[in-house]
Design a protein. Structure first.
Length: 66
């Protein structure tokens, strides 16, 4: 099971139900909101959003054999 770690939190990717992103291309910023099993919602800061997207992109590449 792949687990996303940020701060003092650990969230298994299997527990992520939905991802919402806000991005500001001119400012080179991306922000991710996660909907987690059990109804929790997490809004990640810039550093954690970038880290999450890097790990999520890696998971997609592995899952889809890209």
């Amino acid at each position: 099971m792949t687990i996303f770690h940020f701060g003092k939190h650990a969230v298994p990717f299997a527990d992520v139900l939905n991802i919402s992103m806000t991005y500001k291309y001119p400012d080179s910023e991306i922000y991710v909101d996660l909907e987690i099993k059990g109804g929790a919602q997490l809004s990640l800061n810039l550093a954690d959003s970038v880290m999450f997207m890097e790990q999520f992109t890696k998971k997609i590449r592995e899952t889809k054999n890209l």
